[in-house]
Write a protein that binds this ligand. Structure first.
Ligand SMILES: [Zn+2]
Length: 249
């Protein structure tokens, strides 16, 4: 009979009998068997699962098991340690909204430049951050391991030391959210999506020199801030390219 080797990680082991916990084990199967079926037959509910790797590649629940497959099954990540980046790279998209801990100013700015949805206030308390994360299904970004150890925190990313570019790149890579990026679509001040605004409507708010060279303007419907592609924009564009193109690696 065909057989596959399984390994379950973290709290998924709670669903297994003792001799199968935290160790590789073999299981045989008959005919065409989807991986979802097989995993549930082994006792683990599929709702608990965030990532399945077969022979090192991420698969979905419909994958049909093959003889000699090596299957690794991961739970909804608790605090996704960035050192595991390569393993979780193909993580299916579940959440792509964030709330940032205090002291992450630069990360906040450039994640918003990329158009990623990131909630932040420099005076947020730990309690507020956790509550927002729970209420709005946001992934917590933090440099504090302590914050990620709170029982109610289900989705958090520990920000390791590095340049802002490296740190954001790690977040994007490990959540596989490159497709969610839409640079210069969001207000850097308040995170709201920007609208295009006709030049004539805001003439009195544009510096005279800018008026001469720029015809495209954006307005934040929430805080009213006006954006255009000026000198600031050129610098930010450079950083965006650094983050997305990996020129240093
Ligand atoms: Zn705004």
């Amino acid at each position: 009979m065909p057989k596959a080797t399984f390994r379950f990680y973290e709290e998924l082991n709670d669903f297994l009998p003792n001799h199968r916990r935290k160790t590789d084990f073999e299981a045989t199967f008959k005919g065409k068997r989807s991986i979802k079926d097989m995993i549930e037959a082994l006792g683990v509910p599929h709702t608990e699962i965030d990532l399945i790797l077969v022979n090192g590649n991420s698969v979905d629940f419909n994958y049909i098991l093959q003889d000699e497959d090596r299957v690794s099954v991961y739970p909804v990540f608790e605090s996704l340690n960035i050192t595991n980046v390569t393993r979780l790279r193909k993580l299916p998209l579940r959440r792509n909204k964030f709330v940032a801990d205090i002291n992450l100013g630069d990360i906040v700015k450039y994640m918003r430049v990329l158009g990623l949805d990131l909630y932040y206030h420099p005076l947020f308390s730990t309690r507020e951050i956790i509550e927002i994360s729970k209420r709005e299904n946001r992934i917590i970004l933090t440099k504090s391991r302590k914050l990620l150890k709170f029982k109610e925190v289900s989705h958090g990313i520990f920000i390791r030391p590095g340049t802002t570019t490296e740190q954001i790149r790690r977040i994007i890579d490990c959540l596989d959210i490159k497709d969610n990026i839409n640079p210069f679509s969001r207000c850097l001040g308040c995170n709201t999506l920007l609208n295009i605004v006709p030049k004539e409507k805001i003439l009195d708010r544009i510096p005279p020199k800018t008026k001469e060279f720029c015809d495209e303007y954006f307005q934040c419907p929430s805080c009213d801030k006006i954006y255009w592609k000026g000198t600031h924009f050129i610098h930010m564009k450079k950083v965006v390219r650094q983050i997305l193109d990996h020129p240093e690696s």
